[in-house]
Design a protein around this ligand. Structure first.
Ligand code: ADP
Ligand code: MG
Length: 252
């Protein structure tokens, strides 16, 4: 039995408040509010150019906000005095273009950051990497080079590499968009498993069936604002906003 008071809500993993981001005169994010609680899976959908990638990049400070605040795991990362590397250690990111180190083996890809950043021994890092390669169904491919793998396998290595840092939050930016259609399923299965195991995730995706099934909440962005947000059966199943309906009509 838990002894925690029933009124205590778990602290959010991510809190975004009135986030603005401009590139020159191009106002890409125009006042985003978003909160992600532990274990929550949030899928971000919306047309190309609506600011989805920029939002994710602001959440791990690959881009710095023009104004507003982003708080990740209790640390306000928009504060210029924060040590962003400490926060980033706990945030895994998976990109559309896998970004594996092609001159390294799969196993090396999954151990290098563990050793450098977390100072794990070679033995421990290898053990953790093999555990995570097993989670993505690639336990036997540690000695392969990324170029010997299919795109779907490479993306699963990228996920295993991120998981090997024991992140508290995983960010996915269209992880299946660069894949041949027949390779998408295996990657989505890995992500679904991860969600079921309780990982907190923000997923930018065009896979509406995945969003419908796996997301706790769907956020529809257009023109740098959140137009509509709610459970998938509402936002995808019965959208309230005309802009959401117009987008879904194009992609479904
Ligand atoms: P989405 O991921 O929804 O397609 P993005 O966040 O990638 O949208 O891009 C939104 C807008 O921001 C686009 O107009 C894009 O050209 C612009 N943008 C994104 N990154 C940069 C950058 N580093 N420099 C200048 N403009 C950028
Ligand atoms: Mg994008």
């Amino acid at each position: 039995m838990t002894t925690a008071p029933t009124t205590a809500a778990a602290a959010p993993v991510v809190t975004v408040r009135d986030l603005h981001k401009s590139f020159g005169s191009n106002a890409v994010l125009r006042g985003i509010d978003l909160e992600v609680t532990p274990g929550e899976v949030v899928c971000v959908i919306g047309p190309s150019g609506s600011g989805k990638s920029t939002l994710l990049r602001c959440v791990n400070q690959l881009e710095s906000a023009t104004s507003g605040t982003v708080t990740v795991l209790g640390a306000e990362i928009t504060d210029p005095d924060i040590n962003i590397d400490v926060v980033r250690q706990h945030v895994g990111m998976v990109f559309q273009q896998f970004n594996l180190f092609t001159h390294q083996t799969v196993l090396e890809n999954c151990t290098v950051a563990q050793r450098k950043v977390l100072k794990r021994s070679k033995k421990k890092a290898t053990e953790v990497a093999l555990e995570n390669l097993a989670r993505v169904g690639l336990a036997d491919r540690g000695d392969s080079h990324p170029t010997q793998l299919s795109g779907g396998q490479q993306q699963r290595v990228a996920i295993a590499r991120a998981l090997s840092m024991n992140p508290s939050l995983m960010l996915f930016d269209e992880p299946t968009s660069a894949l041949d259609p027949e390779l998408v399923g295996d990657v989505l299965t890995v992500m679904r498993d991860l969600a079921e195991q309780g990982m907190t995730m923000i997923v930018v995706t065009h896979e509406m069936a995945f969003a419908r099934e796996v997301a706790d909440r769907v956020v529809f962005m257009d023109g740098g604002v959140v137009v509509e947000s709610g459970p998938p059966e509402q936002v995808i199943g019965a959208p309230r906003e005309a802009r959401t309906r117009a987008f879904l009509d194009r992609v479904l």
